[in-house]
Design a binder for this molecule. Structure first.
Ligand code: TUI
Length: 313
């Protein structure tokens, strides 16, 4: 499948792995890239030297292009921004803010820059700053989210900019990928499905929590603090939502979730930790290799476009 995104990023399939904090490390990124998608190392809140080491390990595992996702709220964002240049990373995606101040340095280094946006305004601003593409991420996605759903955000962003748009948030199988193509995407970012991949290093309990999730098990905490985060419902989200309703302070709420993602991913505490996952967790029912996931997504996409396309005369 050939789109402006596959051409620009030098990948075989229009599938990009989400830059998920604690989850998107070198094993997952290299496996996705080896399978023909774009793997990403999620820098999240990690120190720059951790990111450098991950980049080097990924390079040993694949000769294909992979990228780094920089979470702009990270205290290390500035240092990580330099590390990607020093290590010759081909693609940078960013999240949770605007990467404008790093753009001259990245473009000078020939890096493809793809910010994640949650609004039309930011997408247009990013296009004016000279980025290569944007990821329009709807609130079906796991982790830190914006206001609009993918269904509403993606076509509005696609109408507003000329650069290619990548859809994110809510693609769990080929139907989701095909739907995003219909809404104007030229590639699709997939997160939750890759969390349960064989190559994903998350704790078995985290995978089990996703594999056993039902449609309504996904909740958003932190709307009152201005940092909405989508996770799977557990003891902590119940307590958090109760406190939030009672008007708890920012500090009280923060104390409840601090270190929560590590607790879930590394220690496997799916009851108390923060099990970030998208709304499509309820339809993920099997653990597969990244290659199987990508090939199945693509086969289903082609199938459904052919089948439903024939309804139109
Ligand atoms: O960044 C994400 N998802 C994430 S980051 C993360 S680590 C974290 N953990 C706890 C609290 C906060 C962060 C977990 N999941 N997705 C990309 C994304 N970016 N979603 C929404 C946005 C976004 C929101 C507002 C991007 C830009 C923006 O505008 C800022 C501006 O300057 O206009």
């Amino acid at each position: 499948m050939k789109t402006r995104v596959t051409e620009c990023l030098g990948i075989e399939y229009p599938i990009i792995q989400g830059g998920m904090a604690w989850v998107a490390e070198h094993n997952l990124a290299a496996a996705v890239s080896e399978a023909g998608g774009l793997g990403l190392i999620g820098a999240a809140n990690a120190p720059a030297e951790w990111v450098r080491a991950e980049i080097r390990k990924a390079k040993e595992m694949t000769k294909k292009p992979f990228g780094v996702n920089i979470m702009l709220l990270s205290p290390y964002a500035e240092e990580v921004a330099k590390v990607v240049v020093e290590e010759g990373v081909k693609v940078v995606t960013t999240g949770a803010g605007s990467p404008e101040k790093f753009l001259p340095m990245w473009k000078e280094a020939g890096i493809r820059v793809v910010p994640v946006v949650a609004s039309v305004a930011l997408a247009k601003r990013m296009e004016r700053s000279g980025v290569d593409a944007v990821v329009a991420e709807g609130s079906e996605a796991g982790g830190h989210i914006g206001e609009l759903t993918t269904m509403a955000l993606l076509p509005q962003v696609a109408d507003a900019v000329e650069i290619p748009v990548i859809g994110a948030g809510g693609a769990g199988d080929g139907r989701g990928v095909a739907a995003m193509f219909m809404l104007g995407a030229e590639a699709v970012q997939v997160g939750t499905r890759f969390v349960v991949a064989h190559e994903s290093i998350v704790h078995e309990n985290y995978k089990k929590k996703i594999l056993s999730a039902k449609d309504i098990d996904s909740v958003v905490t932190g709307r009152s603090t201005g940092h909405p985060v989508r996770t799977l419902r557990n003891k902590t989200t119940r307590e958090y939502l109760k406190l939030e309703k009672e008007g708890a302070t920012f500090e009280e709420l923060e104390n409840l979730t601090i270190g929560g993602l590590r607790k879930a991913v590394v220690e496997g505490d799916a009851d108390r930790g923060s099990v970030m996952a998208g709304q499509i967790a309820g339809m993920i029912s099997k653990e597969q290799s990244c290659k199987e996931i990508i090939e199945e997504l693509m086969a289903q996409t082609v199938e459904i476009v052919k089948e439903r396309g024939s309804w139109v005369r």
